[in-house]
Structures are given as C-alpha cells and as structure tokens.
Design a protein around this ligand. Structure first.
Ligand code: GRF
Length: 219
C-alpha cells in the first residue's frame, strides 16, 4: 500500500493560566470540563488573595497555584510587574480571569493581548465594573446575564466573545440573581475557552506559514 502523507501531529493542549479572587466556582467549571487535558490544560491558578477557595479547588485538582498579594509590594507598578512575571513563568497560550477582582496593569494586559479573557456577570456594555449584578438589579432590568470578552486596557470594555441571558425574577436579590447568572456563566466560560483553543489548534496545524486573516485584516 502506498504511504500517504504523514498524519499531522496532534496539537498540544493550549496552556491556560486562570486568575481568581474568590470561591472559584467558574474555575471549577474549567477544571471539570471534558475538554481539559485535550484541547487545553489549566497549567496554573493564581490569586491576589491567599487562602481563597479558588486556590483550594486548583490544588485539589492537582494544578499548581501562586499568590501575588498587593500588600507585599511597595506600590502598584511593582505588584503589576510581579503578577505579570508569575503568569509569564507558566508560558500561557490563554489567560482566563475567572472572578479576578482587580484591574490588571498594562504589563500583563499587553503581554497577552488577544489571548486574555474575562467573564463578567452582566450583559456588557451595560453594567461594567465590580457591581454588575447589583447595578443591573438597581436599574430594574428584566433580563441580564453574563459576558465573556477579551481583555483590553479598559474596565470590561474589550471585544465581546459570547453572552448568555438570564431573566430577573420579581423577588430576586443580588445574591440569588448572581447565583443564577453564575450557573450559566460557568458553561459559557468553558465553552469559549474550548472554542478559542480549537481555533488556535486549527490555525497552528493548518496554517502555520500563512498569516491568518484575523491578523491581517485592516483595522
Ligand atoms: C463571577 O460571576 C464573575 O463574573 C465575577 O465574579 C464571579 C466569580 O465567581 N467577576 P466564582 O468565584 O468563580 O464563584
């Protein structure tokens, strides 16, 4: 039988670093995803707060963790640089902000431009910032939801990758509404991460020499 062209080598999973500040239930969706280890791998989880549940969840899944606490640094630029260095050490193809409650400095955002995503508990561009759920409720919206977007220099302003809607119920308070949003946010985030990893893998296996249209299109 004539030998055909060699089969393309399976692409390595995209290396994902997750940053989280809280309970890490959205991180957990990534840790539990059937695509983890195939399309992408969580290679490290970092936090600005020691001892948070997100770090425990990571450790429980055998994922290395790191903490970069602002209080340990003389000023904001020193913290930014330390966090950027710690993330870079893990050589990520994708950085995921899964409930990371600090604004990132330019060194980190610029180093991973187009390869850093954030999940936000409101339908951007409405209700950006740290209190998206509370602000949507206070405004009296009947439908809110969550957004996964690329991170740029602004606060929750980067290009939207995907969104899911959630109805506000008459007796909702901030906690009940946030819980229902998080239930859909977990699936949305895992989905977007897999989609990005698939695109990355496809691009590198089929088109390594030719510039991708996305990168050459006029802005
Ligand atoms: C999510 O709703 C995220 O959008 C917001 O914080 C929440 C994180 O929840 N910024 P958890 O810590 O992953 O449970």
């Amino acid at each position: 039988m004539p030998a055909g062209p060699p089969a393309p080598a399976p692409a390595a999973p995209v290396r994902v670093v997750v940053l989280a500040s809280g309970s890490g239930s959205t991180l957990q969706a990534l840790l539990d995803s059937p695509d983890r280890g195939l399309l992408w791998e969580v290679v490290a989880v970092g936090s600005d707060k020691p001892g948070v549940l997100a770090l425990e969840r990571a450790a429980g899944a055998g994922v290395p963790t790191f903490t970069v606490t602002p209080a340990a640094f003389a000023d904001r630029p020193a913290w930014d640089a330390a966090l950027a260095a710690e993330v870079a050490r893990h050589d990520p193809g994708l950085v995921v902000l899964a409930g990371f409650m600090r604004i990132l400095g330019a060194p980190l955002v610029e180093a991973h431009a187009g390869r850093m995503v954030n999940t936000h508990p409101a339908l951007l561009p409405s209700f950006p910032g740290a209190h998206g759920v509370r602000d949507a409720l206070a405004h009296g919206v009947k439908v809110t939801g969550c957004t996964v977007h690329l991170v740029d220099a602004g606060v929750d302003t980067g290009p939207i990758l995907d969104q899911a809607a959630v109805r506000v119920l008459p007796d909702d308070d901030e906690a009940s509404l946030h819980e229902r949003i998080k239930a859909v946010e977990r699936d949305l985030l895992a989905d977007v991460v897999s989609r990005l990893a698939r695109e990355r893998t496809h691009r590198t296996s089929t088109n390594s020499d030719t510039p991708h249209p996305e990168r050459t299109a006029p802005r």
